[in-house]
Design a protein around this ligand. Structure first.
Ligand code: HEM
Length: 509
């Protein structure tokens, strides 16, 4: 009896598997000729996951695969093909295709699906077009004095650690980026670097990112009906509940309900008119008042997104830059000299014009973002076939992964010393010889980072304020620095540095 049932069930599974593959025969034929390591029946390349004993092992394996197989690589996770790209030409086609604007399944794990970062392309398109205005040059100029004030406060608050043992300054820097985003993007100054509420928000955000990262790396928890049974899901909902309080505070400080119930005044369609430029929340409110592109209920998702996307990314990069400067003393000295030549006095504002002159500082930041891109991969799902090159078509409804991290370390683009920290990689003559998509820490194409201009301005202002006051030291060497490969790529154990105070002029502007 049992034997017959087992035989019957096995036969059913085989028939269903054959039917499933037959129904996908076109897709399977298109990916059949792509490069791929040997696969096993049914589970495909999922066995590779067994090698992933740590997130660093993932990074290592990715680099091994990239060295061994030319892009595109096809990895079957169970029955699902994932096309991995790391050739700049392929990245350019992928990121600029109008059929590659939807984010992959994993972005849904944030449970924030109405904000720019994860919204479906149909919703995202209209919103992004309008929200671009709140990150244009005019509004950036209007943020400079806040960025300076908050960066000066960060440098001041770091003073208590002068002469102390090495520590990771990520938390202090993230408080500064959080404080700044609240002021610049939402128009709310809550003094978050000095009030405990800032610490609390960052703690919640770190726990949230950890929960989402664990789900991303555990395919067992991909189906919602399984994940909803886990403690992680319960915890995720609890954190969201707590997070809502922070969002309500912003909304009440800005009288969102009152603004939305009053008739719309002052229509604003372009950035180049002579009214005061609108910050991100102003622009959201305008959209919600027009009631065409955005519902009031979408506003919290946009605020969460902006805090997440604008805080950890910039703070992680600045922490990494400080560590690189501490490891490479001669490079630190050059950056310091450049800052002292452009904006020497430690209580002097760093203007937009000054920022444009900090060219070597920018090369150092770029080199840091090359070796440690905070977003190591971006992933989308195709909504039509895409002609990648003369030989390759990516089928509709397939996940495509843009592997930024291995591409940034590929000797074919960066030479035999690709693993070595060398800001000269960004000398203009070398940049001119390289494909523009060989370096894409902010992604590329229409769905790139909306905050790229803001990120550059805030990073350079912060670094100038810190370096004018302190000399950075560390016991780390490049050999002792490892990485954790998660949603945000981090340096293992944090960026531990110590501070020495510098003596120099204090004249005001
Ligand atoms: C060093 C700093 C930063 C880096 C390296 C960075 C990198 C990126 C990358 C790679 C993406 C694409 C992600 C994907 O497709 O999965 C992205 C998207 C995004 N970033 Fe950034 N980012 C930085 C700072 C910022 C800042 C300061 C803000 C806001 C103030 C911001 C807001 C966003 C938003 C809203 C998106 C989603 C854009 C969309 O889908 O239209 N980012 N960022």
């Amino acid at each position: 009896m049992w034997n017959t049932t087992l035989w019957y069930l096995s036969a059913m599974v085989i028939v269903l598997a054959i039917y499933y593959n037959w129904s996908r025969r076109r897709m399977l034929a298109l990916v059949a000729n792509m490069n791929a390591p040997p696969a096993l029946p049914l589970i495909g390349h999922s066995y590779l996951l067994l090698k992933f004993t740590s997130t660093e092992a993932i990074a290592r394996e990715m680099r091994n695969l990239v060295q061994k197989y030319p892009s595109p690589l096809c990895i079957h996770l169970g029955p699902l093909p994932h096309i991995v790209l790391y050739e700049p030409e392929h990245m350019q086609v992928f990121l600029n295709s109008p059929h590659c604007l939807n984010k992959s399944l994993q972005y849904k794990f944030f449970l924030v699906d109405r904000g720019l970062f994860s919204a479906p392309a149909s919703l995202w398109k209209g919103q992004r077009k309008i929200l671009n205005f709140s990150f244009g040059p005019a509004i950036m100029n209007s943020h400079v004095s806040t960025l300076n004030q908050k960066s000066a406060m960060l440098a001041e608050l770091m003073e208590k650690y002068v002469g102390q043992k090495e520590r990771d300054f990520f938390h202090s820097i993230a408080l500064c980026t959080l404080d700044t985003i609240y002021c610049t993007a939402f128009g709310c100054d809550f003094d978050l670097q000095r009030q405990p509420v800032g610490d609390l928000y960052l703690k919640l955000q770190a726990e949230y990112i950890d929960i989402v990262t664990r789900r991303v790396f555990n395919a067992l928890f991909y189906p919602d009906f399984i994940y909803r049974l886990t403690n992680a899901y319960k915890k995720q909902l609890e954190i969201m509940d707590e997070g809502r309080l922070f969002i309500s505070n912003i909304m009440s400080a800005r009288n969102v309900d009152k603004v939305l119930s009053s008739p719309k005044t002052q229509p604003s369609k372009t950035e180049n008119d002579d009214r005061k430029p609108q910050n991100f929340l102003d622009k959201l409110l305008e959209l919600a008042q027009e009631n065409t592109q955005l519902a009031k209920e979408d506003i919290p998702d946009h605020l969460y997104t902006m805090i997440f996307a604008g805080t950890d990314t910039t703070a992680t990069t600045v922490s990494n830059v400080l560590l690189m400067l501490a490891v490479h003393q001669e490079i630190q000295e050059r950056v310091y000299q450049e800052i002292m030549a452009v904006c020497p006095a430690k209580d002097q504002q760093v203007s937009v014009e000054d920022v444009a002159k900090l060219l070597y500082t920018e090369m150092v930041c770029k080199e840091t973002l090359r070796l440690f891109p905070v977003a190591p991969v971006v992933a989308r799902i195709t909504t039509s076939d895409i002609q990648l090159d003369a030989k390759t078509t990516i089928p509709n409804n397939t996940t495509v992964v843009g592997a930024i991290y291995p591409m940034h370390r590929d000797p074919r683009h960066w030479g035999p010393d690709a693993e070595i920290f060398n800001p000269d990689n960004f000398l203009p003559e070398l940049v001119a010889q390289r494909h523009p998509y060989a370096f894409i820490p902010f992604s590329g194409g229409p769905r790139n980072c909306i905050g790229v201009r803001y990120a550059w301005l805030s990073m350079k202002v912060m670094i100038a304020h810190i370096l004018r006051k302190y000399r950075l030291k560390t016991s780390h060497t490049m050999d002792t620095i490892g990485i954790e490969y998660s949603i945000i790529l981090k340096i293992t154990g944090g960026c531990r540095i110590s501070l020495e105070k510098r003596d120099h002029p204090t004249a005001t502007q």
